[in-house]
Design a protein around this ligand. Structure first.
Ligand code: ADP
Ligand code: MG
Length: 202
């Protein structure tokens, strides 16, 4: 039987810059207050292999990210550094390995209805400069492609969040063993998800 939609899960990684800036609590509270449930949590120092493995789980990631970057340059009226999406992604991946192995990160699995989509909405778009006010990337970080290009580094945006349900399904087992994800109940789920609101009045 297919899982109920309330069981959707997504991977969030609090990146090294967020930990250095003491934003762990600020970030967790955003997902928690929405009503999502934390079902997995650990701190690790990733290896370069783990980081490369993570970003290349989806065979299309290199092409899609390269194309997205080329479009972003054009939208800003700039000439992209290369017309070849794969060449652009190779550079991004090199810098991502530096970024994510620089210190500890916190890996989390969040569960709830539309977890993937809602976590992305709260997190905001990839480039903090353009991320809307109210999102984590929009509220807590100053960075842009102009800055990351000038210094040949990855754009520092505090968080990784799975981009789709299929991405989440590949990413979660990349970071967590089955036994590290905990199936449990929290009482507020009765209010959020039960068909009837029961047992409120005596
Ligand atoms: P997201 O994390 O929003 O899903 P992507 O999957 O496209 O974004 O890219 C992964 C990560 O690589 C981003 O979070 C960011 O840290 C970095 N990155 C992506 N595109 C660029 C770029 N053009 N320049 C610098 N860093 C980038
Ligand atoms: Mg992504």
């Amino acid at each position: 039987m297919k899982d109920h939609p309330k069981k959707e899960r997504t991977l969030v990684i609090i990146k090294p810059d967020a930990i250095q800036r003491s934003l762990v609590g600020e970030i967790i509270v955003r997902y928690e207050r929405l009503g999502l449930k934390l079902v997995g949590l650990k701190m690790v120092v990733p290896t370069a292999e783990q980081v490369e493995g993570h970003y290349t789980l989806d065979p299309n990631w290199r092409r899609v990210t390269g194309e997205k970057t080329i479009k972003n340059y054009r939208d800003r009226g700039l000439t992209p550094p290369s017309e070849d999406p794969l060449e652009i992604t190779a550079k991004i991946l090199k810098n991502l390995k530096k970024y994510l192995t620089a210190g500890p990160v916190i890996c989390m699995v969040w569960e709830g209805a539309h977890a993937v989509e809602l976590v992305r909405k709260i997190t905001g778009g990839t480039e903090p400069r353009g991320a809307p006010v109210g999102t984590i990337r929009g509220d807590f970080v100053v960075d842009s492609y102009v800055m990351s290009d000038a210094d040949d580094r990855a754009v520092r945006n505090l968080i990784h969040a799975s981009g789709s349900v299929s991405e989440a399904d590949m990413e979660i087992p990349h970071w967590f063993k089955k036994a590290e994800i905990i199936d449990y109940k929290v009482t507020r789920e009765d209010i959020m998800y039960n068909k009837e609101l029961e047992n409120i009045l005596p």
